[in-house]
Design a binder for this molecule. Sequence first.
Ligand code: HAM
Length: 459
Amino acid sequence: MIKAVRGTRDLLPPDTALWNFVEDTVREVFRVYNFQEIRTPIFEATELFARGVGEETDIVAKEMFTWEDRARTWMDQLAGFEEAVKRARQDHSLDNVKLYEEFFAPSSYKGQSLTLRPENTAGIVRAYIEHKMWDRGLNKFFSIGPMFRRERPQKGRYRQFYQIDAEVIGPPSSGSESPARDAEILELVATLLDRVGIKGWTLQLNSVGCANDRVKFNEALRKALEPVVGKMCADCQRRAVTNPLRVFDCKVPEDQPIIEKLPRISQFLDEGCRKHFEEVQAILKVVGVPYIINDRLVRGLDYYTRTAFEFTHGALGAQNAILGGGRYDGLSEALGGPAAPGIGFAIGEDRLVLSLAATAESVIRKPDVYIAPLGAGMNGEAARLARELRRHNLVVELGDEAFRLKKSFEAADKIGARYILIVGENEVKADAFALKHLASGEQVTVPRGELAERIAKEH
Ligand code: HAM
């Protein structure tokens, strides 16, 4: 038997109803905050993530699905060339220069390193630069789709998972740097989690400063690490040299007491970063979004500056971050674009759905009515009725005239339909149908024209 690849999974009904409920709700919330959808490719040039997310992060160093996109072989190239000659002959457009170019086009023989996107911020910022979207002022994007990371699979952690991503980005003149944007994003997340029905979340907040602070902090961190790094894991020993901030990503239990004693970035914020962070907090207090400061939170991606945050949920166990995000004021420039401060977040949709699973029942809309055609020649009449009722937005399941009445009742029961509607010869003649409420057993005869209203009543 061929099975789904380790770390990937099928999303099946009824769970998919929960996924749709989440996505519908999220889209509604994004609409009122004036966010617009963006869809970028699920694979990109590897270099984008190496430069954007950072070579030293776990994501880039260990977890990416990367492949060398094969150059065309000489045989492929020859076949393509032959095809081009044939086409040119047919259209009487034999042009030697064009054919020469076709044969030697560099794109046809050079390979390229490609990567399945492990996250979407880098891709969205690439699109922002590529399409010169600074002309539009402040951009507010959202995006929903799959991401790929080669992590060790466990509950809440998959190799293909889904993110609901939001990014606010624009030139500094559009106000993209303002703490008001940070607070708005955080308030949006709080609203979103409340609207989908997640209870008991915690917002963990920190500021990871700017490039300015990072120099001083790295220096202090290196100094503090020097005497202890020999006792730490191999990854930390490497990080201490290449990118000391990443030591805070370490999950090795034995290293934690050492990390606990290291200096914190919050002690190194310059005046501008400190003020920015204070302003974000002041607005959160006014709008009533509760948070806790977690000065160990540095987030596992290199592009973050200033505000960094995670929303966690107790019910998730070890993988307790439902979402994470922060500001990335230098990312556009790191990717060769203009200054374009930005802030965003990505919800792990798999984890959001997991924390919602307890309330799953309530979001699934069961069929309103099961139509049971009774006896030969009734399938058509039943289909006609189904068509009429579905036009009224009722959820209708249609049986088969080959079923005996008992089997139809069992089928209606199994799918949890509220009503069963019998379509037999007598009913068709009278143009009125036997409608039975399955829970109470109450049965009435209802004329065709009143059926939809009658069935809809009990919503
Ligand atoms: P991240 O923290 O790497 O941030 O991922 C965001 C969320 O995606 C996590 O909090 C988690 O819920 C979910 N997630 C990550 N890896 C997995 C996995 N293997 N299986 C299931 N869920 C997972 C980012 O990706 C940033 N791009 C967020 C961002 C947007 N920052 C600014 N803008």
